[in-house]
Every structure is written in structure tokens, then in C-alpha cells.
Ligand binder design. Structure first.
Ligand code: SF4
Length: 405
């Protein structure tokens, strides 16, 4: 059986830029948005050629589509129709395909919602971040708790049974009590899926830059410590689990049968193709896989089709950076992506895919992580412990060292 493809479409438009955001997204004029949609459609039509050029196979059957952002709901119903028409022209869509739309609360018009329902959208992911108005306002989000709750209800009543919300631990002014309030509200609104992230402090966002520089404009002084955020993440793990939202990945919790089928492809190393700004792809080849990514420069993406991919200087020429994943790297990826999942890694499957020798070579690093209390090792399965999940990057780097050396 051919493994189906996941399609990611990046829609990097926002009504306002949140201060913590480090994505390639921003506020653009309507005319630019239409040019962008036209370019995404061109990219969809060129997908088969691109796959051939990179030496990869492009599955024809698509079983998940994910419109991520930015705020894809800012596009018009007509623009979505345009993209769906192109997708249906190039791919065969599964009848039960999971089709997700990321949305900021209050920014999905009735007409767009109705049209998307007709086009097959069946999952909505809201960027709530917090149910405390002071916290969302501090980072430039435009919605209130009341709007979030009304939106979840509206979308649910319109027929969407798969609703997800994002929460962030570590926002300015957040306290243990206010985080508890957000967790209580998330459970009370009975969504099927929650993603919990810890605030990233890096110079790629205005807030992160200010935290590092100790400034005051974006409320950096009110950002909780990393230890507090880590404690709150742990609270979320325990309380969501008790409420029936089982943790299936480091940042993701779902009721039975509602894990994101699209996002699971990333961790299970199943094929996906991304269209649009900064979108990433992984496609199978005869011997492994190839990864590539689109430019994060909006002007280049829209105006210079030849510059759509991130480039690599090769001898005297600049070429698309098609990153061929050989067996060693595929094995590393299996480990650090598979360990993100609560179910962990099936060692039988790993041996069948990579051979006994590679698994044995990794055993000493795995045993070390086990002795350090970071990994659970069973006869046929390895998974992160609760502590391992808290310091997952440390675990992954321990596992990568032997093969990188
Ligand atoms: S967090 Fe989301 S809505 Fe806010 S600026 Fe970034 S992409 Fe846009």
C-alpha cells in the first residue's frame, strides 16, 4: 500500500504581530495576499516536477491538509476555493481526509466558515494562548476570554467536532493561579485537543529580544522564570491527563481518536509536502528521504519563483537545498522524533527498518539515558520518562552524539 501524503499550506498573514512570535509571518496588504495565493497555486502545480528534481516520489493520495499560519482564516472563501481546486486537480483527496484550519479567535468570518465546511474542513485549531485577558493583551493578541469561548461554541455548533486550542506557559504576568485558571477553562470548554508550549525566549521575537536585553516595552520584566514555566507545563500534563486529554506527544494532548493525524506524520516520518512561505517538506526516495524548505523571504517567494526554495552554494552554482537523508540520519531522526511521542519507539520496527547492528550501536547511549532516569526501556519499546520529557533536548543530544562523532 502506498503511504498517503500530508499537505501543509503556510498562510503567513496576521492582523497584528504578537510580541512573542518568531514565525515568518506579518501584516500584509490584501493585494499581496492574492499574489501569494496565486503563487501557492503555482507551487501546487509544480509539485510533481519538484519531487522528480529532488529525486523523490510524490504520493498522489492525500489524507491530511493543514492550513497553518499566521492566521489562514484571514483569506477569503474565494481564495480557499482557488487552492482547493488546484489541490484536487493535482492530488486525490481521501474522503475522510483530516483538513485543519489554524485560526485566531474572532478572525473567522461566517462566510469563510460556511465555505470551508463545504470544502471539507473538519478541524479547527485556535491560537488561544491564555484565557486571561491581561496576559493575551500584554503580548498583542486581539481576543478576550469571552471571544474565545464564543468562538469555540460557534465553530462547534457549525459542525466542527475536532477543535484544538493552543496554550503558552510563560506569558508576561502569568502566575500559578492564572495558569490554573487557563487550564480549568481549557478543560471546561470540552475541546478534543490541546497543545501546550513554553514561551521561547530568543532574539527572533520582540519579546524574546527584550527579555535578553532586559528592556521594558513588551512587558519583559513580567515574564515568569523558566523554572516556573516548566512547573506549569507539568501541571498541564497531570491535569489534562486526569480530564481525559491524554498526552500523546511532548506538547500535545487529545481525547481518544482526536490526535492530529497531520502532525503525527512529522513525528512518524511519514511523507508531507509544504507549500508557501517557510514551508517544509519530506518526501520518500528509493533509498531514504529528502527534505527541503521554502524561503522565508516574502518578496522572494512572490516575485522570484526561481528562489522559492532555500538555496545552497554548490561549487560555482546556487541550487535548491535538497537535503538527502541517508540511513544514518534517518536512524537519528527515528530516535529523536519517535521519542517525542508518548508511546515511544517500537524496537522491533526499528530493527526491521535499520538492522540489528544500528540498534545495538545506539544501545549504550540509550542505556545511559535510562540510567539517568530519562528513558524507560522495555523489551520492545523505549520512551521518555516524565523527567525525560522535561529535558527532551538534552536526551536527544545524548543520543545524537555517538553517531555524529
Ligand atoms: S503567533 Fe500566530 S497570530 Fe501571532 S503573529 Fe505569530 S503567526 Fe501571527
Amino acid at each position: 500500500m502506498v503511504t498517503p501524503l500530508g499537505v501543509y499550506i503556510s498562510v503567513p498573514f496576521c492582523k497584528a504581530k504578537c510580541t512573542f512570535c518568531n514565525f515568518a509571518s506579518g501584516v500584509f496588504a490584501a493585494e499581496r495576499m492574492q499574489h501569494y495565493v496565486d503563487r501557492v497555486c503555482d507551487e501546487i502545480s509544480a509539485a510533481r516536477d519538484v519531487a522528480a528534481k529532488s529525486g523523490a516520489r510524490l504520493p498522489e493520495f492525500v489524507d491530511t491538509i493543514y492550513f497553518g499560519g499566521g492566521t489562514p482564516s484571514l483569506l477569503s472563501a474565494q481564495q480557499f476555493r482557488q487552492m482547493f481546486q488546484r489541490l484536487r486537480g493535482e492530488f486525490e483527496l481521501a474522503r475522510d481526509a483530516e483538513i485543519t484550519l489554524e485560526c485566531a479567535p474572532g478572525q473567522l468570518g461566517d462566510e469563510t466558515l460556511d465555505d470551508l465546511l463545504r470544502l471539507g474542513m473538519n478541524r479547527v485549531s485556535f491560537g488561544v494562548q491564555s484565557f486571561v485577558d491581561r496576559e493575551t493583551a500584554a503580548v498583542g493578541r486581539l481576543h478576550t476570554q469571552r471571544e474565545c469561548e464564543a468562538e469555540i461554541l460557534r465553530v462547534h455548533n457549525a459542525g466542527i467536532k475536532d477543535i484544538s486550542i493552543d496554550l503558552i506557559a510563560g506569558l508576561p504576568y502569568q502566575t500559578r493561579e492564572s495558569w490554573q485558571y487557563s487550564l480549568d477553562q481549557a478543560i471546561a470548554c470540552k475541546v478534543q485537543h490541546v497543545s501546550v508550549y513554553m514561551l521561547e525566549v530568543d532574539e527572533e521575537s520582540r519579546l524574546g529580544e527584550e527579555v535578553l536585553a532586559k528592556g521594558t516595552r513588551y512587558h519583559a520584566s513580567a515574564v515568569p522564570s523558566e523554572d516556573e514555566s516548566a512547573d506549569w507545563y507539568q501541571m498541564a500534563c497531570e491535569q489534562f491527563d486526569a480530564a481525559g486529554l491524554r498526552q500523546y506527544e511532548i506538547s500535545n494532548f487529545a481525547r481518544g481518536g482526536h490526535a492530529s493525524r497531520h502532525n503525527l506524520k512529522y513525528w512518524q516520518r511519514l511523507p508531507y509536502i509544504g507549500f508557501g512561505l517557510d514551508a517544509h517538506s519530506m518526501l520518500p526516495t528509493d533509498v531514504g528521504a529528502v527534505r527541503f524548505a521554502n524561503t522565508s523571504d516574502m518578496d522572494a517567494y512572490i516575485d522570484r519563483p526561481e528562489a522559492v526554495f532555500r538555496q545552497l552554494q554548490k561549487k560555482n552554482a546556487i541550487e535548491p537545498d535538497f537535503d538527502v537523508i541517508d540511513l544514518d540520519r534517518a536512524f537519528e531522526e527515528e530516535l529523536f522524533l519517535g521519542l517525542r511521542l508518548t508511546e515511544g519507539i517500537d524496537l522491533h520496527r526499528l530493527r526491521a527498518g535499520f538492522g540489528e547492528t544500528m540498534v545495538q550501536d545506539a544501545m549504550s547511549a540509550l542505556l545511559e539515558a535510562h540510567e539517568a532516569g530519562l528513558l524507560e526501556l522495555e523489551a520492545d519499546r523505549i520512551r521518555l520518562t516524565v523527567r525525560g520529557r522535561m529535558v527532551s533536548n538534552e536526551v536527544f543530544s545524548r543520543l545524537l552524539v555517538p553517531s555524529a562523532a
